[in-house]
Design a protein around this ligand. Structure first.
Ligand SMILES: [Zn+2]
Length: 205
């Protein structure tokens, strides 16, 4: 699926597309989908992905449980960000639910050396079926405490419902992606204008 690559947690929230439609588009229907997406965003290597998929074949109930956690986590993060975008306080139970996800990632978290210094490694035990959620939880926690939180916006097309990070200089971005939602809005504005011109013209006749 398409990625905005602003923040991992935002791309994760956007795995449910067209939130404003009667039937949104679910990209995480199976455990396999979750692992495929994790590969696409680069949080899991092909080798580790294969190991987890084989494990899910042997223990389908565990795979299903991990998928359910993923969807629950995603919707929790979405509700928290949606409230913040509306300048409201997130529900206490959503913050509590998020914090219990976070708590599980904190114990195995460690600081590792990287090329340019140090970084968090929140992956934890990679034999666990749901470890791929850990870097996503970390990403959401980081965004919540960062100055960029105020740049999180929701696409101006209410049927799209994608979140994005507005990193434009004057903070005036309205669409998740200018190439599709932005273009669609431009096209429909153009169409409406044309219809209006036609109407005015016929009124003049
Ligand atoms: Zn959009």
């Amino acid at each position: 699926m398409k990625l905005l690559k602003h923040r991992l947690c935002i791309d994760f929230v956007n795995t449910l597309g067209w939130r404003g439609r009667e039937v949104p588009v679910e990209h995480l229907k199976t455990y396999n989908d979750l692992i495929k997406w994790s590969r696409q965003v680069g949080i899991i290597t092909p080798q580790d992905a294969n190991k987890l998929l084989q494990k899910a074949d042997r223990h389908p109930a565990e795979g299903k449980k991990a998928l359910n956690s993923a969807v629950d986590l995603r919707e929790t993060i979405h509700r928290i960000f949606a409230a913040i975008i509306e300048r409201q306080k997130p529900a206490k139970e959503d913050l509590a639910a998020f914090n219990s996800y976070l708590a599980k990632t904190m114990v195995p978290s460690q600081i590792i050396e990287t090329k340019d210094g140090f970084d968090w490694d929140s992956n934890g035990d990679k034999s666990k079926m749901d470890w791929v959620l850990n870097p996503i939880i970390r990403s959401a926690a980081d965004l919540l405490v960062s100055n960029e939180l105020k740049k999180v916006k929701s696409c101006s097309d209410p049927t799209c419902g994608w979140l994005f990070l507005d990193i434009s200089r004057n903070q005036s971005r309205r669409w998740c992606d200018m190439k599709d939602c932005g273009n669609r809005a431009k096209a429909s504005r153009f169409y409406r204008k044309k219809q209006l011109l036609k109407k005015n013209k016929s009124a003049m006749l």
